[in-house]
Design a protein around this ligand. Structure first.
Ligand code: DAH
Length: 340
């Protein structure tokens, strides 16, 4: 048995020396020291020996176990080191390699323009409100005094969802909602999306943005309208900007006007941007029609108001020299990033 133990130790040494992975080492541990291992087998068979023999053999067996354990410990440590080294090698990162650039988002030029317009009006004490893009035909047309045969109601101009519901064609229905909900004094602007059945081209898009304005109070006159909008033009386009009001027609205002701004490209001399006239049309406006005030149960004997509406894309195009409205919706980062 002494010889057997010696042989086991030799065998263990030899096989552990060849083991080349953690798994193999563990297998050998079980083979030699496990419950059904070679050493255990010998210890079991010691029962048949005399106490004397058992004592000496027991000592040899313990020392054999100790030696195998020591070799195993060393081998396990070595294998773990090896495993770590292999892992480190496979996960190696070359920090000197050029990285991939993370592209940061920027504000869209339409948002930038809405923010700029909003800031000017906020500084004049206007509140900013929003209305829904899906509107009733009543709010979008009837309440705004558009007659039953008004051409804008046409199926070819308006996206109808049902007979009574549509995608708003203008931000003006927010005026109706405000008049029905709030009491004067009212001083609000409302930016948002609008929709019309237009075939996209350089100046048309089926979706676009407007900023609506509404002021209702005692004693509001056309002079307030002109003063407010002239001040807006000077803050938006530069202190040298001049304004001009031309008579126009809108169903929801009386009188109605369109406001032109002196061309901010040529200063009024005439150029390509203003098509030689020196003026650029910027918005529609007027004194709120009594029929519209009446929908909101405003006392028309006591209160008057003015309203205005402007196209955001048009202002952005003029201001930034963009010649095709479709560029705003293509999400080409090379275009969008220019407006930072
Ligand atoms: N809603 C008009 C449009 O889409 C713009 C407009 C004109 C709004 C005059 C107004 C206004 O509030 O008073 O063409």
């Amino acid at each position: 048995m002494q010889n057997q133990l010696k042989a086991i130790l030799e065998e263990a040494k030899e096989q552990l020396d060849k083991a080349s992975s953690l798994g193999e080492t563990e297998e050998l541990r079980i083979k030699f020291l496990g419950k059904k291992g070679k050493l255990t087998e010998i210890l079991r068979s010691m029962k048949s020996l005399s106490p004397e023999e058992r004592k000496t053999l027991g000592q040899t067996a313990n020392s054999t176990r100790g030696q195998i354990e020591a070799i195993l410990e060393e081998k396990f440590a070595m294998m773990k080191e090896l495993q770590k080294a292999t892992k480190l090698k496979s996960e190696k990162i070359d920090v000197t390699e050029p990285g991939s650039l993370i592209q940061l988002g920027v504000k869209h030029p339409i948002s930038i323009t809405i923010d700029e317009i909003s800031k000017v009006f906020m500084n004049m004490g206007f509140r900013i409100i929003e209305g829904p893009e899906i509107e009733t035909v009543f709010n979008n047309f009837d309440a705004l005094n558009a007659g039953p045969n008004h051409p804008a109601r046409d199926f070819t101009d308006t996206f109808y969802i049902t007979e009574d519901v549509l995608l708003r064609t203008q931000t003006s229905p927010v005026q109706v909602r405000t008049l029905m909900k709030d009491n004067p004094p009212i001083k609000v602007i409302s930016p948002g999306r609008c929709f019309r059945c237009d075939t996209p081209d350089a100046t048309h898009s089926p979706m676009f943005h407007q900023v609506e304005g509404l002021v209702v109070d005692e004693g509001i006159s056309m002079a307030d309208l002109k003063g407010t909008l002239d001040s807006f033009a000077k803050q938006m386009f530069g202190s040298n900007a001049k304004t001009k009001f031309r008579p126009h027609h809108f169903p929801f205002t009386e009188p109605s006007a369109e406001m032109d701004v002196s061309c901010f490209k040529c200063g009024g001399k005439g150029c390509k941007v203003c098509k030689g006239s020196g003026w650029i049309e910027i918005l529609g406006c007027g004194m709120v029609h009594p029929n519209v005030l009446a929908v909101g149960h405003v006392d028309t004997e006591k209160y008057t108001g003015f309203a205005f509406g402007m196209g955001v894309e048009r202002i952005a195009m003029l201001k930034y020299g963009v010649d095709d409205i479709r560029l705003f919706y293509e999400n080409d980062m090379r275009f969008i990033q220019q407006f930072k």
